[in-house]
Design a protein around this ligand. Structure first.
Ligand code: C5P
Length: 404
């Protein structure tokens, strides 16, 4: 959902994840929200009032007993003049204060005084998150009706590993959208089919031809579509990343298997072909492992063409999804090739990205894409693959809504 006319109060507490909150604010503003920020004393150690203020385009609220602040906008008004209060990062300390009802600074006072929904995005060291005190506090907050997003598992700034990383801006944005929509999810009731990862084309029982696709972008799109309420079928080639939560995963190896799994998954409202499908398979696959130094000399591989899954889905006679989206990985003339591909494959949109080696996109965390929708081209900034996924999922929801 868009956030036009929505007022969001963000409370930034003192954690290294505060830098991600800057990105969250930018996103919320881009999506039309007006954002006010309260920065705690500890929060100011991680991000400056100037950066926060530049992004909110408002002053930053920091002190409880500031006469000017109280004259312009008292803390009670601040806590009520919002549609939603978001605490990101929510530190163990601030969560404990909230659970206990303490109010000894502006942030905790606003949280005690508010009559609006509150969303917290916890961020802390894994031991602090797993501590019995934090467990108790979280249980109390959930009983009190506080909404929670994250934390995620992963490597932490303190060098440890486990749950405690603040949710990504895209995930917090999605949780905000859900709360403001009163739980209505824009892809609820829709089926989205997604292909992801590489394919493996066998040469003999132990060797295969593959490519460098990590599956990160396709899996992120599956997660983003599921977060918006879609039923998601993710047909994935062999990848080393975890299955997204709440998604039906069908594991395949070859392009032929991927096509069969996709056809079995139809009908779908939308299909996103993000897999890096091998263009060819090896003809005359050896039943036994090819031997070095055999009389035949060096082996020669002969190739046959693989089915084009995107083209097949986009031209399906009985079950073409309303929206069919392909990806185009190019190393030059990115948009030009994407346009040509859109026409040739018969899909509706192409997400085109530059995968020349110097971009680091293939297998990397970020993506820089152009969304080619017929004649129009949108150049998206360089974003985390999760962010690209969240934006694309939101666009899919809007397009399916518009189509009825
Ligand atoms: O033709 P090219 O491989 O560049 O096209 C990329 C797009 O086509 C991607 O969306 C990819 O998932 C899809 N594709 C496919 N089946 C193939 C080859 C590509 O679905 N055999």
């Amino acid at each position: 959902m868009t956030l036009y006319g929505k007022r969001i109060l963000i409370i930034i507490a003192g954690g290294i994840a505060a830098y991600k909150t800057l990105e969250l604010i930018r996103r919320l503003k881009d999506d039309g929200a007006s954002v006010r920020a309260v920065l705690t004393k500890a929060g100011r150690e991680f991000v400056t009032p100037l950066s926060v203020s530049a992004l909110t385009e408002d002053k930053v609220y920091a002190e409880l007993f500031d006469l000017t602040d109280e004259a312009e906008m008292g803390h009670i008004e601040l806590s009520r003049d919002a549609d939603l209060v978001v605490v990101a990062p929510a530190t163990a300390d601030l969560l404990a204060k909230m659970a206990a009802g303490l109010a000894d600074d502006l942030a905790s006072t606003v949280l005690l005084a508010t009559d609006k929904p509150v969303l917290v995005a916890p961020a802390m060291n894994v031991r602090m998150w797993e501590h019995a005190a934090t467990r108790r506090n979280m249980a109390t907050l959930m009983d009190d009706g506080i909404a929670v997003v994250g934390p995620n598992s992963g490597a932490m700034a303190c060098g440890e590993f486990g749950p405690g990383r603040m949710a990504e801006p895209a995930e917090i944005r999605a949780a905000i959208g859900d709360l403001l929509a009163g739980g209505a999810k824009p892809l609820a009731g829709r089926h989205v089919l997604i292909t992801s990862g590489p394919t493996f084309e066998p040469i003999d029982p132990v060797r295969y031809i593959a490519n460098r696709s990590s599956g990160r972008q396709g899996h992120a799109i599956a997660a983003a579509a599921a977060a918006l309420g879609a039923r998601v079928t993710l047909v994935s080639g062999p990848v080393a990343i975890a299955d997204p939560a709440g998604v039906t995963v069908v594991r395949v190896e070859t392009a032929a298997e991927m096509l069969a799994a996709c056809e079995a998954a139809l009908p779908a409202d939308a299909a996103v072909c993000a897999a890096a499908v091998a263009d060819w398979h090896v003809l005359d696959q050896a039943a036994e492992k090819l031997k070095k130094g055999s009389n035949a000399g060096l082996p020669t591989l002969r190739f046959g063409e693989n089915p084009d899954i995107l083209t097949t889905i986009a031209n399906h006679s009985s079950a073409r999804p309303e929206l069919v989206i392909g990806f185009a990985a190019e190393t030059e003339n990115v948009v030009g090739h994407a346009r040509e591909k859109l026409a040739r494959k018969g899909c509706d949109w192409i997400v085109a990205n530059d995968v020349s080696p110097e971009t680091g996109i293939m297998g990397g965390a970020d993506n820089s894409v152009h969304l080619v929708t017929g004649e129009a081209v949108e150049d998206w900034p360089k974003l985390a693959k999760e962010e690209v996924a969240a934006r694309l999922a939101a666009r899919i929801a809007a397009a399916l809504d518009a189509a009825g």
